[in-house]
Design a protein around this ligand. Structure first.
Ligand code: GLC
Length: 551
């Protein structure tokens, strides 16, 4: 099979608001991303994915798009985007951008036209329905926040559908005019040279055409990693994931393939589907839909070897032959991984993310071991958090701390004296500047790990096999016929664990890389003991060599 750039890429997810503010408004911008490209190139990632920077009233910080083909002045302008894209390509970095097909802002011209005239040409670009008898919403669909997904429009006496905030109406993808308009949006950015898209809320673009009620779910039946109150009291059978989405994603794929060589431009998909066979349908029956449907399996997993190994195996079993799996440990929507697994396991989480087969998405700040930020109630900005504090995503969006805190209260995120839009959090390992200078820092570890991944074919394209291991240890090999396979061992406990028996099954040649960056990490002198919380990549003899020696 021909290798394409994204088959083993590490994609760095930039949340532009929180990356680097160059114009002093407290919010990150595109020139800020451009200024930090050398940092990303040095880190050793292959691509970046930018969360939305399009014109928006920012009710959902850009996921509420007012104009798909304009840059919001907060972030700069189209020239800034073009310069960023060119500069990234100059560094050998691909650029993916967000593509938000399911909804727009209510301030988008399409919705303003739609709302203005019940008989106008754009009325049916969105989902409008008469009330149920008695005036109630047309069905029982609800948003993540637990309230009705329908909002009444007094002027035109109908309800419109919105999967998220009332100010984010859902487009009707059953309407060919909507498909055409959204394909024009994709072409606009492909023509400028983007390397692909991350498709927001991919399952939502096809719903039950008859808009039937969702059935109730048994309590606690949802596998979703976020608690969403009433949202989980329904099985989301009819408000997302209708099979009619497949032809749409075949069209998206065909469009991407029409640019350059097929496979050059790629679609990541945000797919919150935890039934892995159902999730895998987003690849398409002939691998002709989304290249990389993201699985969120590692975000909610219990941090324990059986649970992690079981989840990974279940996902890999569901991946169709020839397809590439994509792993993610953190995002702008989820609690920070360093807080989820705890500071002593954060490096293990990074080691796991970057040693699994396929593509990995690294969320900005996770390379620093960034924990959840403490955001006081009066600083909450996330609309989800303002409605339901437990759903707030601000703690995962705190600005990147670039330089010394004592020189600049905003740690170099904003020009001196400018208050950042969210409070600055300094991770335990320090700012970027401090971590660059410290070879024991999470940043140095991530960089070394990425370098190892880049230079080791077994890590990039080897198969994976899980091994029996002592309690509390996750162990697997990555093997590629052409060179020595690798053994990865993660101690998920706070105690030292001897793994000499595991090592004697496949004699290790050496420790290639360890999360324990100081000489004495609590393991003593014995290299066959894993220190508390230690993860190690071992070079191991191949089966062939072992056999030869034995014989
Ligand atoms: C996706 C985005 C999230 C956004 C939502 C609505 O889940 O990741 O940030 O709020 O879609 O667009």
């Amino acid at each position: 099979m021909q290798r394409l750039w994204w088959h083993d890429a590490v994609i760095y997810h930039v949340y532009p608001r929180s990356f680097l503010d160059t114009d002093g408004d407290g919010v990150g911008d595109l020139p800020g991303v451009r200024r930090r490209l050398p940092y990303l190139a040095r880190l050793g990632v292959d691509a970046l994915w930018l969360s939305p920077f399009f014109a928006s009233p920012m009710a959902d910080f850009g996921y509420d798009v007012r104009d798909h083909t304009a840059v919001d002045p907060l972030f700069g302008d189209l020239d800034d985007f073009d310069e960023l894209l060119d500069a990234a390509h100059g560094h050998g970095l691909r650029v993916l951008i967000d593509y938000v097909p399911n909804h727009t802002s209510d301030q988008h011209r399409w919705f303003q036209d739609s709302r203005a005239d019940p008989h106008g040409p754009r009325r049916d670009w969105y989902v409008w329905r008469d009330p149920a008898p008695g005036g109630a919403p047309p069905n029982n669909w609800i948003t993540l926040f637990g309230d009705s997904a329908w909002t009444w429009d007094d002027a035109t006496r109908q309800y419109y559908l919105h999967s998220f905030l009332p100010s984010m109406p859902d487009l009707d993808w059953r309407n060919p005019a909507v498909q055409d308009a959204m394909f024009d949006v994709a072409r606009f950015w492909l023509d400028r040279g983007v390397d692909g898209f991350r498709v927001d809320c991919a399952p939502l673009i096809a719903k039950d055409p008859a808009l039937r009620d969702n059935p109730p779910s048994a309590a606690g039946s949802s596998a979703h990693h976020r608690s969403m109150g009433g949202f989980d009291d329904q099985i989301h059978l009819h408000d997302q994931g209708h099979p009619d989405l497949h032809p749409r994603y075949r069209d998206v794929r065909a469009l991407l393939d029409s640019y350059g060589k097929p496979g050059d431009r790629v679609a990541l998909g945000e797919v919150h589907e935890y039934d892995w066979p159902a999730w895998s349908r987003y690849f398409g029956r002939d691998l002709d839909e989304l290249h990389l449907p993201i699985n969120f399996g590692l975000l909610g997993v219990t941090w324990q070897p059986q649970a992690i190994g079981g989840t990974i195996r279940a996902i890999l079993d569901a991946v169709p032959a020839g397809a590439t799996v994509t792993w993610v440990m953190g995002s702008h929507d989820d609690p920070r991984v360093a807080s989820r697994v705890g500071p002593s396991q954060a490096a293990n989480a990074m080691l796991l993310l970057l040693t699994l087969p396929g593509t990995a998405i690294l969320y900005n700040g996770d390379e620093l071991g960034m924990p959840d930020a403490a955001v006081p109630p009066d600083r909450i900005r996330d609309p989800w958090g303002l409605r339901t504090p437990a759903l707030s995503r601000d703690h995962a969006r705190s600005p990147m701390p670039w330089s010394s805190h004592s020189d600049s209260p905003s740690a170099g995120f904003t020009p001196t004296g400018v208050e950042p839009w969210l409070p600055i959090t300094i991770p335990p390992g320090g700012t970027v500047q401090a971590q660059e200078a410290d070879r024991t820092s999470p940043l140095s570890f991530t960089r070394d790990l990425l370098a190892l991944r880049r230079t080791t074919a077994a890590l990039r394209r080897g198969t994976i096999a899980f091994l029996d291991a002592p309690d509390g240890v996750l162990a697997y090999t990555r093997s590629d016929g052409s060179e020595a396979d690798l053994l990865i061992t993660l101690n998920l406990t706070d105690l030292p664990v001897p793994i000499d028996r595991l090592l004697s099954q496949r004699p290790p040649r050496e420790r290639l890389l360890s999360t324990a960056r100081t000489a004495d990490a609590g393991r003593g002198a014995d290299p066959t003991v894993l220190a508390p919380g230690e993860g190690v990549v071992w070079s191991a003899e191949t089966r062939g060599q072992t056999d030869r020696q034995d014989g």
